[in-house]
Write a protein that binds this ligand. Structure first.
Ligand code: ATP
Length: 650
């Protein structure tokens, strides 16, 4: 069947071949994924039963993570046989000096270590006694250090969307419960905001990010440095929220934290202290002072912040060789004491109340499918695009500005011989301008949006297809507006072919071209690791398209090995369409025998004599659909993948 389809696609015209190949590849991946899901369901059913919705006790043993340096080939042990537990109703703080492995441990327990051939993750993870090393077996929330939220949505809208996507049976109740529980009611109707637009405070953003995760009714909450970048007041509010989720809702909370103030330390139930990837203390926060004095021979002065003091104690002082050796020796001694004589864990006194408490946040039903996700994501994208007034204003002003500048340079062109070159110049710069502005906008915005989408997809909030299609539909009217505004301004100023039909075709060609260019931006952003990389790659590709855009190199003179580039150049198809639209039917003044008399002569010289505006648009449409399908494929294949914890070798 695959063979027949392959041959049929290969024999088909390019407009069918490329989209067809991408669709076939996507379909094959989907079938494979469905098969794997089917096979995996039976295996994981035992594990999922560990999360009965009334609290999860998580235990980990011998968790190690090694990272191989790609250049030197040397391996480094980031986590070294760490063991511990986090129990329902308790808040565990993972602390340690910078680089001690806090985030790595959190990622390992949350199943969020990015998959890589250079990273090796081993250990045993159990949820209520059942194996959970493959990341299944308990419902979890993972709140990362950097917030990734749609900036133009309000706090309430963000929670509502998450609740609807999560399949909440009572969206209003879910939203209100979360707003109240997280202390966000006062800013419910404030926009999230970003660097450009002021929105909610950093602490409110952190709690909102937590709220988005809570709609999945997680039993275990992992929070990576939830207080980073916050002032002490906001930091305390965030930590109080996490403590409340543990105490009142029976959640198991594990968070990494840097230098907490004393009032925050009082909220910790357990402390997991890391020193250079090894466990230096794991036990109740309240027993830490006693244990260090009795078992590790470390006296903690009465008037100090215990947490800060302990971090200093397990830090390597690299001032000199002597201090390095001395502090390393002290850390070895503490780690050994911990392994041989760990403190007693606190009595499990909270699990009795869990059953009723956790029900209050067990708000989800069945996740919605494509037709449920599509309108929700469409509404979200629409709000994000239309409410971003600052960006839209700048885009409009730059479009009008370019139109004014070009219009003034090419003011009311005549039908003289010299105006032929001017006409071609204007059409070429118009094509470049429309393509470049759409490309740059997409490169800068989509690389950021991709971060949010990858996170949401990692928590299986929705599929790539409803996301991508809804985004395209939402951006259609706004994306079309700017080339239209440009066209409406430059066309009469330059005195181009003065009929309504020609003007309409001019605007249509530029609009479709700007969508193609935006699609190119989407495809590049899908593979670029950062905004900076995307912004470097995009214009480099576009320059090639400009060179083969039909103006600088005549398409009949393009070397055979570059013909494909000529065919891929969205600038070329736009320029060709614009030229045919403009020159066909024009008559020029002639003075010399070799002057070009008609627009058809000009088109012949450009080798565009056989083209029509429609054929150019059709080719542009092919590029557009190919790039959309390519982006869809790239987003699907580049979905974040995480390392599975392997059992430790005995
Ligand atoms: N995937 C990786 N590739 C290379 N090095 C890594 C990787 N993951 C972690 N490391 C290294 O492991 C060490 C521990 O990193 P980790 O982020 O866990 O520390 P941390 O205690 O959270 O530090 P900080 O408090 O500064 O955020 C660091 O030196 C880091 O560079």
């Amino acid at each position: 069947m695959d063979l027949v389809l392959g041959v049929a696609l290969w024999a088909s015209p390019p407009c069918v071949k490329f989209p067809g190949l991408v669709v076939a590849a996507l379909a094959r991946r989907r079938l494979g994924a469905a098969r794997r899901r089917r096979d995996g369901r039976a295996a994981s059913s035992a594990a999922t039963s560990a999360d009965d919705g009334v609290g999860v006790d998580l235990t980990w043993r011998e968790v190690s993570m090694t990272v191989r340096n790609g250049r030197t080939g040397m391996t480094r042990r980031v986590l070294d046989a760490c063991s511990g537990s986090a129990r329902a109703g308790r808040l565990v703080a993972v602390m340690g000096p910078s680089g001690a492995g806090k985030s790595s441990l959190l990622n390992a327990l949350a199943g969020q270590v990015p998959e890589s051939a250079r990273v090796m993750l081993t250990g045993v993870l159990r949820a209520n006694g059942a194996d959970a090393g493959d990341g299944s077996g308990f419902r979890k929330a993972y709140v990362q250090q950097e917030d990734a939220l749609y900036s133009m949505l309000t706090v309430r809208e963000t929670l509502e969307t998450a609740a609807k996507l999560g399949g909440s049976k009572d969206v209003k109740r879910t939203t209100e419960t979360l707003l109240n529980d997280l202390g966000l009611a006062a800013c419910a109707d404030t926009r999230v905001g970003d660097a450009k637009t002021r929105g909610v405070s950093g602490g409110e953003k952190k709690r909102l990010a937590l709220g988005v995760q809570l709609v999945g009714a997680p039993s275990v909450i992992f929070a990576d440095e939830p207080t980073s970048g916050l002032d002490s007041f906001q930091a305390e509010k965030v930590m109080k929220t996490l403590s409340k989720l543990a105490k009142e809702h029976g959640k198991t909370v594990v968070c990494s934290i840097h230098q907490p103030r004393s009032s925050i330390v009082d909220l910790f139930d357990d402390l997991y202290l890391l020193a250079d990837g090894r466990c230096a203390y794991f036990g109740p926060m309240s027993s830490a002072r006693d244990w260090f004095e009795k078992s590790a021979d470390v006296t903690i002065p009465n008037d100090v912040n215990v947490a800060e003091y302990l971090i200093d104690i397990v830090s390597i002082d690299a001032t000199s060789a002597e201090t390095t050796a001395e502090t390393s020796k002290r850390i070895d001694r503490i780690v050994k004491a911990m392994a041989s004589n760990p403190p007693a864990l606190a009595e499990d006194d909270v699990s009795k109340g869990l059953s009723t408490a956790s029900d209050a946040l067990a708000l989800t039903g069945k996740r919605v499918g494509f037709w449920g996700q599509f309108p929700l994501l469409l509404k979200r994208s629409w709000r994000q695009v239309t409410r971003d007034k600052a960006t839209n204003k700048v885009r409009l002003l730059t479009s009008l500005n370019s139109a004014m500048v070009f219009g003034s340079i090419f003011w009311k062109m005549k039908l003289t011989q010299t105006a032929i070159q001017d006409r071609m110049g204007l059409l070429q710069v118009s094509a470049i301008n429309a393509a470049m502005s759409a490309l740059m906008k997409t490169l800068t915005s989509f690389t950021k949006e991709k971060v949010i989408v990858n996170r949401e997809r990692a928590s299986k909030a929705y599929g790539v297809l409803p996301y991508f299609t809804s985004k395209l539909v939402a951006e259609l009217p706004v994306g079309a507006f700017f080339p239209l505004a440009f066209g409406a301004c430059v066309y009469p100023m330059a005195g181009l072919h003065p009929t309504l039909g020609h003007f309409a075709r001019f605007c249509t060609i530029l609009t479709v071209e700007s969508f193609s260019s935006s699609a190119l931006g989407l495809a590049i952003s899908s593979i670029a690791p950062s905004t900076e990389a995307a912004v470097a790659m995009g214009p480099a590709v576009m320059v090639l398209f400009i060179v083969f855009g039909g103006y600088y190199v005549n398409q009949d003179n393009v070397p055979i090995y570059f013909k494909w580039l000529n065919k891929c150049s969205l600038i070329k198809w736009a320029f060709q369409g614009l030229c045919v639209n403009e020159f066909q039917g024009l008559k020029f003044e002639t003075k010399r025998p070799f002057d070009q008399k008609t627009g058809e002569d000009v088109l012949e010289r450009l080798s565009f004599q056989d083209a029509t505006p429609l054929s150019s648009l059709r080719q542009q449409g092919n590029i557009l659909s190919f790039l959309y399908l390519l982006t869809l494929y790239l987003l699907d294949t580049n979905a974040p993948k995480f390392a599975v914890m392997q059992p430790p070798s005995v």
